[in-house]
Write a new protein. Structure first.
Lengths: 247, 280
């Protein structure tokens, strides 16, 4: 059986170990900052929810938007090892293929970051519960485990109902496009990144209004275009990654 | 040939062309000295060899494979020690344990031997070392990877005088028939006793690509007083004792000692004359 020398799970695992061992302090600081941000948002939601247990749609969308922002900045971090002078030479000469290096970074800033963000989110919720217990302030509760909750009702509602007239698949694809654009923009300088993200976000909100009047065929076409754009962004990001040089 | 640079053109921008249709081949089993003026592209050439830069035209092949593809089997056979580098703030042992799995020929014995030669021990923390010590530690790791190609850019910069002779000993002890070491440096006196092969480049031209034995069989490096000059000298330059000169080495004469600095100056000053000596 011919061995695939350009995509080895063993080397991907070695890359992850290497990256974690050398950068864990930086990641832990980032996660602590994320935790503190979620903790602050938790308290904000508590205070704006008043005395009720329910979180209204606005708070759900606000929370979701913050989560999306973190996902965008995490996606931009895919290019980090090849964007910084201090790490670029070491990373480029590390004996792993471009595909392996790109795949491990992609997994790290998507799947792993998503899981970590969700864990931090829940930890922040538990922390606010513990704080309220200690401060003896009101009736402490976990915002995401009681019914109706953000996770079991409001967020799914965003995706399953005709939210601003936009079908759930189209909305999901739009979010994936925003994420894919952030991945691509990570290979550009931060000002170009900011401009591109503003344009993409603005266009996404514009599309929300357009979708209210769209026919089924137009929605299908829009979904196809979104999928193509998502694939294009990831493909172009990979090409830019492979062509990265020391200077 | 181990390394083939074929008709390479490269520039950092449109106004600054570093190489134009440049070619060079390097084989294994030698320690190469890569010499050239400031800004002539020595570091750029090293980066091209190790896939860190992509030529605009032409190709750089390592054992027949384009280095810019950055294949793991290619990258695991080469290691570059750049002039400036960053080491993570971890212990040497941890640094080794993280990086050695990527280099299948890594040798603990070589690492220990190199550290011993540099009077360093294994229980060091990279974050607590001076620049010179970091350089020595990094060079020990580089040699211990046991790669077939080791590239070093200004390796003796930052080393104290004892460390420079230790460096020569360490590199010489790590050599083998299937390996090549390419050292780019201005500090010619730090490496002249180490080299087997001299490559002098200027702009897009290779002015000299000869083994030390070949050079010494064609040229004689000596010191003469001003009154002893006969006009047969290929090159002269003032020295403390009078004139440092390069003379053609007559057939049958014993091979002399290479004066790398003199050779370098002569080649840059009279490239055509030097090429004629070697029948080019």
């Amino acid at each position: 059986m011919k061995r695939n020398n350009t995509l080895s799970l063993h080397r991907i695992r070695l890359l992850m170990q290497w990256d974690w061992a050398l950068n864990r302090k930086k990641y832990i600081w980032e996660w602590m900052a994320t935790f503190m941000a979620y903790f602050a948002i938790n308290w904000f939601l508590l205070l704006t929810a008043g005395r009720t247990h329910d979180l209204d749609g606005f708070q759900a969308v606000a929370l979701f938007s913050v989560f999306l922002l973190f996902a965008i900045f995490a996606a931009r971090g895919l290019a980090d090892p090849v964007s910084h002078n201090e790490t670029r030479l070491t990373f480029l000469t590390l004996p792993a293929s471009n595909g392996e290096k790109f795949l491990y970074r992609a997994l790290f800033v998507t799947v792993f970051y998503f899981v970590i963000s969700a864990v931090l989110f829940v930890m922040a919720d538990v922390a606010q519960y513990v704080c309220r217990l200690m401060l003896e302030w009101g009736m402490p509760y976990l915002q995401f485990s009681t019914s109706p909750t953000l996770v079991t009702s409001h967020l799914p509602m965003v995706f399953t109902q005709s939210f601003y007239g936009m079908l759930p698949l189209t909305m999901s694809l739009s979010l994936l496009l925003i994420h894919a654009t952030a991945v691509l923009a990570g290979f550009l300088n931060k000002w170009v990144f900011a401009v591109i993200m503003l344009i993409v976000l603005r266009r996404s909100f514009f599309a929300l209004n357009w979708m209210e009047k769209a026919t089924g065929g137009e929605v299908l076409l829009a979904n196809m275009v979104l999928i193509c754009l998502i694939v294009f962004c990831w493909w172009l990001a990979y090409r830019l990654f492979c062509r990265r040089q020391i200077v | 040939m181990m390394m083939e640079i074929k008709n390479v053109s490269f520039g950092y921008n449109r106004k600054q062309t570093v190489f134009d249709d440049f070619s060079l081949t390097l084989g294994e089993g030698s320690v190469y000295g890569l010499l050239g003026r400031n800004g002539t592209g020595k570091s750029t050439l090293l980066y091209l060899m190790t896939g860190l830069l992509r030529p605009h035209r032409g190709e750089v092949l390592y054992q027949g494979v384009n280095v810019f593809l950055r294949r793991p089997e290619t990258l695991s056979q080469m290691f570059i020690v750049p002039e400036e580098f960053n080491l993570p703030k971890v212990s040497l042992k941890q640094f080794v344990s993280l990086n050695r799995p990527f280099y299948p020929r890594f040798s603990d014995e070589l690492l220990r031997s190199c550290l011993r030669d540099f009077d360093m021990n294994e229980d060091i923390h990279l974050g607590e070392l001076s620049m010179g010590q970091k350089k020595k530690a990094y060079m020990c790791f580089a040699l211990a990877t046991n790669t077939q190609l080791l590239v070093m850019d200004e390796p003796s910069n930052g080393l104290d005088i004892p460390s420079k002779s230790q460096f020569r000993r360490v590199v010489a002890s790590g050599m083998a028939e299937d390996k090549a070491v390419i050292i780019s440096t201005h500090q010619v006196r730090d490496i002249d006793s180490l080299l087997d092969h001299v490559v002098i480049i200027d702009g897009s031209r290779t002015l000299l690509n000869r083994s030390v034995a070949d050079i010494c069989s064609h040229l004689c490096f000596t010191e003469l007083s001003s009154g002893e000059l006969t006009g047969d000298e290929l090159f002269t330059q003032p020295s403390v004792h009078g004139q440092s000169v390069i003379l053609p080495n007559r057939l049958g004469e014993e091979e002399g000692t290479l004066n790398l600095e003199l050779l370098f100056n002569a080649t840059l000053a009279h490239p055509e004359k030097m090429a004629q000596v070697f029948g080019e």
